[in-house]
Ligand binder design. Structure first.
Ligand SMILES: [Mg+2]
Length: 244
């Protein structure tokens, strides 16, 4: 099935079930599912360049040329494209990594993420039809709570409870896949005739498929950790453009 077909079919089925008075829940991961995080990564690397401009102007100049791509996972490939390989520049790369880590998982840069094409429209469309919507993210409340809520509002994703819910991990240090699995156990599943889950991370999809076979997964093929093989037997989309 092509991407427009997958998304149109989902809208059609949702409409059909809602018309029968049944409830539908659509669950979305956030990073690299609804939002492209590559502008956030790029800005952090450029800010690191500003930090070292007097102490290491040569590296700073190289880092200023970094352009991230939607398909980047973390900072490694972006740095490799400008010739900064970990094995040859271990200290520098480690310093960038530490700088990146402290900022990527913070409120400070979240406003830079950009919605994947069609994502805002798609989620609003489902919500306005009457589907419940949940954003189930591996971000945690302590480091990223206010920034996440502000960014989702800034992009005009529906956020009003009870029909739209933003779900963050309470604290860092919990595995995403465990947290997501547990969350699905906790929702009142018998309320819903259908539950869909959009996710870009194969590890999370594999876990949800095992624990919650009734959930219909859609793989968002943007970027992922490489810790598990992408599913080959699920619907795949690249963004949320559905009008074809
Ligand atoms: Mg993600």
């Amino acid at each position: 099935m092509t991407q427009p077909h997958i998304l149109q079919q989902l809208i059609f089925e949702t409409q059909f079930l809602l018309a029968q008075g049944k409830a539908v829940l659509v669950v979305f991961d956030i990073d690299s599912t609804l939002l492209d995080v590559s502008p956030r990564i790029e800005r952090i690397i450029h800010d690191f360049a500003d930090e070292i401009v007097t102490t290491d102007p040569e590296t700073a100049e190289i880092l200023k040329t970094v352009r991230t791509q939607k398909t980047d996972w973390g900072i490694r490939s972006a740095l490799e494209r400008v010739g900064l390989r970990h094995e040859h520049h271990e200290d520098t790369v480690q310093r960038i990594k530490d700088f990146w880590h402290a900022r990527f998982f913070s409120n400070q840069y979240l406003h830079l993420d950009e919605p994947l094409p069609g994502s805002v429209e798609f989620v609003n469309h489902l919500y306005e039809m009457g589907a419940d919507v949940a954003y189930l993210t591996g971000r945690d409340e302590i480091r990223m709570g206010p920034g996440t809520a502000a960014a989702m509002a800034q992009h005009r994703f529906p956020l009003s409870p009870p029909r739209a819910r933003l779900v963050l991990k309470p604290r860092p240090g919990i595995d995403d896949f465990n947290y997501k699995e547990e969350w699905f156990y906790a929702i009142p599943k018998d309320r819903y005739e259908r539950i869909w889950f959009f996710e870009n991370e194969p590890v999370n999809i594999a876990q949800i498929r095992l624990a919650h076979p009734e959930v219909r997964n859609i793989f968002v093929d943007t970027t992922h950790s490489g810790k598990a093989e992408p599913p080959t037997d699920l619907p795949v989309i690249f963004d949320f453009l559905w009008k074809g």
